[in-house]
Design a protein around this ligand. Sequence first.
Ligand code: PHB
Length: 400
Amino acid sequence: MRLLKPLACAAFTLMLTGAARAEAVKVGVVLPFSGVNADIGNQINDGLKLYLKLHEKDLGAATIELIDRDSGDPTGAAAKTAVTELITRDHVQLLTGFAFSPDAIAAAPVANQAKVPMIVANAATSWITNLSPFITRTSFSMWHAAYPMGTYAAKDLGCREAAVGYTDYPPGKDSLEAFKTGFEAAGGKIVDEIPMGNPVQVPDFTPFLQRVKDEKPQCFYVFVPSGNHAAALMKTAGDVGLAQAGIKVIGPQDLIPDDHLQEMGDAAIGIIIMGNYAYDYENPANEAFKQAWHAAYVGKSRPNGFAVGGWDAMAAIVSAIRSLGGNVDDGEKVMAALKGWTFDSPRGRIMLDPVTRDIIQDEHVEQVYKKSDGSLGVKVVSTIAAVKDGCKELKVGRCK
Ligand code: PHB
């Protein structure tokens, strides 16, 4: 997307048109391009670059220069260095990416001090958007799925008791709190809360899942980072035999990323999740998105919800640049332009809440099933319209 022209060519254009071409808007992209979570970074990156490729023409005279930086392992350290350098050395006007919460959390004070807007394309710990008025999020908060799933598990799935497993870092703890809040309010009882390792390495999930099997709750709500963590978790759930023991595995859509779903095999069949995007959604925006993806990325895997998070983040960026006529030096004006933004995303209609700067979107109860051709699919069971981040709605924990 680097559209900077060589100097001589720019001077020639200037002579011909008599007008200076606007300088490219610099956007720093901070994502895990290496390590165990690189597939999440690559999906987000492919989504945002695809949107830009197809819609750069919407920018008028403005152009975008993307500067990619690897956030590596999700400890926050590499992301903080990357964001500091992007702001002080590269003079980026906007930041996006941020797949993992520790990366967004570590970057937040730096971006806040410099008043550089962060358009978070995934990192989902609820209170990230409370860290700075210069942060907005186009993906989801852990509460979007976990809180309504707590209610659904107690009321619709008939679960009186549930165990919760989570990767032991901010979004995992957020998931636990959100599910527990919804589940207990609907009369359910949490029988165990199980921290299951950190996001840097995929652990052996066997002892955690065996513990759940021995406890025999009706439901096991689980959050692990998507991608390789989720693939390993689902395989172990099958090996341990949770479903055969009568325990319903439930969670957010992170458990069944579309690019890993087919390899999960029978272990995934019947799993119930709360989500905002599946490859199988039938709507015109998703059909167009999938077509564009397969045309641009021949031989690559399917897009998943992360790719959509990237696509939507870039749509928000393009919209803000366009509405400000390419002049995005003032972070406050960019944030004002983003508040209340609405978009027909492949996941459905979305909006950036003008008050919280977090996303408002439909959440769907979905079930994995075997299609007649033997492949695995995701079907929507029911929909909750226009869900806001429950943590901020209820003012719970760090959202007080
Ligand atoms: C996060 O760190 O916020 C995160 C990472 C991966 C996910 C969801 C949330 O699948």
